[in-house]
Design a protein around this ligand. Structure first.
Ligand code: ZN
Length: 382
């Protein structure tokens, strides 16, 4: 089974320069390859494979000689990532791969192999970079796969090492209707369960929004390029980082609890990208981070031998009476409670949806497959 181990690193000044070169080069290759892929498709109706893109690397290095200073396997990883992004796009029919920006709060690159971990010396040796000081708060046993090196906007460096422990995945625990829970996620409550329980939305971002606004205003008042502006930006980044950490902590705890209390979990696949275009909803959705939550549920289910059941987003989960199957077509988003005209049952909108999600999922048992992306640490950018 694959598992990621993440450690804090303390690179020297010289090593930071080299790390940054790798980050810039990998982003450059990624964006350049994306451009080539789009062009080849538009002009020649041709699909460039990862192999084609890697074959272009030597020419690209001749045109941009600074790329030669970088581990070429890291550059190939950038192409591989792009390939994965396209596969995901075709498989899940959403999220066309985007160009990577140097303004992304977390920047990263990968070293697929030939790096050495030394627990005693507390270092990791990377090709073209050398021994980097690392804090190993826990050890791992197994075969090292790729390492992902990342830096946050506040300048903290991390490495995430993917380990294959050689064990086979634990068999899924059998489940029945009694041990399955349906979850409906929403803006009002973070999650509503088919059992009737609800988890409140913590909305860290909303609470800290005032603070963020103040800090943002301070940045915009400072003269561009000044030292004070740099300081203000640092403060703003730290605030962002704190919110992200709090949010991930909340999502980790919540998903862990759900996975440990149930044998199977039913969810509705959401069109988060489509919803984000609605600006009124965007703040709330960005805030609650459902996609991160679902990713956590996926890999935790896998890790603990539980089953994740997913239903399509076109199933009318809110509008169908879970008792008699009546479809209330005129139900609008503001209707929080409703009475079924056919059987007279009183419904809480979200609880009814969660029960329907559970029932639909159990009826059309579709286990999520192709979860290789789920093992990635969730706070790394894609
Ligand atoms: Zn009914």
């Amino acid at each position: 089974m694959l598992q990621a181990y993440k450690y804090r690193m303390y690179p020297s000044r010289e090593q930071i320069v080299l790390f940054m070169k790798h980050i810039h080069a990998c982003r450059f290759v990624y964006n350049n390859s994306l451009e080539q892929k789009i062009r080849a498709y538009k002009q020649e109706d041709k699909k460039l494979s990862c192999f084609d893109l890697n074959n272009r690397l030597p020419t690209l290095k001749e045109e941009h000689s600074w790329l030669k200073e970088v581990n070429s396997q890291s550059l190939q990883s950038a192409n591989k990532n792009l390939d994965n992004a396209f596969n995901k796009f075709f498989r899940e029919k959403k999220g066309f791969p985007r160009f990577k920006s140097k303004k992304n709060p977390v920047q990263s690159f990968q070293v697929p192999q030939h790096y050495k971990v030394d627990f005693n010396q507390r270092t990791i040796k990377f090709p073209k970079i050398g021994n980097v000081k690392t804090v190993f708060h826990r050890k791992f046993v197994g075969k090292m796969k790729q390492a992902t090196i990342s830096v946050t906007s506040t300048g903290k460096w991390f490495v995430s090492i993917l380990i294959d422990d050689g064990k086979t995945e634990s068999e899924s625990t059998p489940f029945s209707s009694d041990t399955t829970v349906g979850i409906d996620v929403g803006l009002k409550d973070f999650a509503t369960f088919s059992t009737g329980e609800k988890i409140k939305n913590h909305r860290y971002l909303k609470n800290s929004l005032k603070r963020l606004k103040v800090l943002q205003r301070r940045v915009s008042r400072k003269v561009k390029g000044s030292k004070n502006r740099k300081k203000a930006i640092q403060r703003l980044s730290r605030c962002h980082e704190r919110i992200t950490n709090q949010r991930n902590d909340f999502l980790h705890k919540t998903s862990f609890q759900i996975v440990s209390e149930n044998q199977a979990i039913a969810v509705e696949s959401l069109n988060v990208d489509g919803m984000m275009k609605n600006h009124h909803l965007a703040q709330g959705i960005g805030d609650v981070s459902w996609s991160t939550f679902f990713t956590m549920l996926e890999y935790k289910c896998r890790k603990y031998g539980k089953t994740l059941l997913k239903i399509g987003r076109f199933d009318p989960s809110s509008k169908t009476c879970n008792k008699c199957g009546y479809l209330k077509k005129d139900l609008v988003l503001s209707d929080r409670v409703w009475v079924c005209p056919d059987c007279g049952t009183h419904h809480d909108r979200d609880i009814n949806a969660a029960i329907n999600i559970k029932n639909f999922a159990l009826k059309n048992f579709v286990k999520i497959s192709g979860m290789e992306h789920a093992i990635e640490p969730v706070d790394l950018p894609q």
